[in-house]
Design a protein around this ligand. Structure first.
Ligand code: ZN
Length: 280
């Protein structure tokens, strides 16, 4: 089964007269979508009452929910205190995700800082092992989805993310194909460009884990240093296109959880994506 939905409340959600996130249950059901991502990008804060209401309303319509951990986690930070802080943000996110009725937590692995890329990747791998050790104590179901990043000074290429996913069963890839395309400055064009990524991931992680990958998708403007900003499906210049990826997910019979991160049109564009699948 493929899950598809928006990240956050779209312009058309508000234009429909709705204003509270719990109303996404009815809104997405009416559109024919079945997933929603809630971002704790600026910090994990939500009352238990609000979380419970969102859980109930989304559950009523079988809309799955995932959360995005705070954007500022950095597992390559040389300061051990900062690593403990990043671990804390992930644990807060897992708890909040559980209260919302979800299992998937997306996080940003790291930035290079002053270290070389290989030093930063090695530090990230060490600190993710520490994170895994801490998270094994949590008696909740969860998946930690490490995201591919779009700026050249950030850690998170496809290969790096796949390597991190081998550290522990709890780690899954979050492939943000807009980021991947930005990092490669327009490298995702043909169906084979996507196929190489899927084949590589299935080869390294096995079909089961690869199949359940988390996906972020939007068209993204990029420059010499990678990602600049998220666009909508109106864009015809930067890409990438979803159609070849939809064909591959169908062909490979994969079960990804797909989140559209278009700028304002994320529910509209998620629906365009859904309609490119044969059985979603
Ligand atoms: Zn992200």
């Amino acid at each position: 089964m493929i899950r598809i939905g928006p990240s956050g409340n779209s312009d058309s959600f508000y234009a429909s007269g709705r204003k509270h996130t719990y109303q996404e249950g009815e809104f997405l059901h009416e559109l024919g979508l079945n997933a929603f991502e809630y971002s704790f990008g600026r910090g994990v804060s939500m009352s238990d009452e609000t979380a419970g209401k969102i859980k109930t309303e989304l559950g009523k319509y079988d809309i799955a929910i995932s959360v995005h951990a705070p954007y500022y986690t950095n597992f390559a930070n040389p300061d051990p205190e900062m690593i403990q802080k990043s671990i804390g943000y992930i644990i807060q996110s897992i708890n909040a995700c559980n209260k919302l009725g979800g299992e998937r937590v997306v996080f940003h692995p790291a930035a290079c800082g002053k270290a070389t890329r290989s030093e930063a990747v090695a530090a990230t791998a060490r600190n993710l092992a520490l994170l895994a050790e801490k998270c094994h104590e949590i008696a909740l179901p969860f998946k930690l989805c490490a995201e591919t990043m779009g700026k050249l000074n950030q850690i998170g290429t496809v290969e790096e993310i796949v390597e991190f996913c081998l550290i522990d069963d709890m780690f899954y890839p979050c492939f943000d194909f807009g980021h991947i395309n930005s990092y490669m400055r327009g490298g995702l064009k043909t169906k084979d460009d996507y196929r190489r990524i899927l084949d590589y991931t299935i080869d390294k992680l096995g079909f089961d884990k690869a199949s359940q990958m988390h996906v972020h998708f939007s068209k993204i403007m990029y420059g010499d240093k990678g990602e600049i900003k998220h666009l909508t499906f109106e864009d015809t210049k930067y890409g990438p296109d979803y159609a070849p990826l939809a064909e591959l997910f169908d062909e490979y019979k994969m079960s990804p959880y797909i989140v559209c991160e278009s700028n304002g049109t994320m529910s509209d564009d998620a629906l365009i994506m859904k309609n490119l699948h044969k059985n979603a």
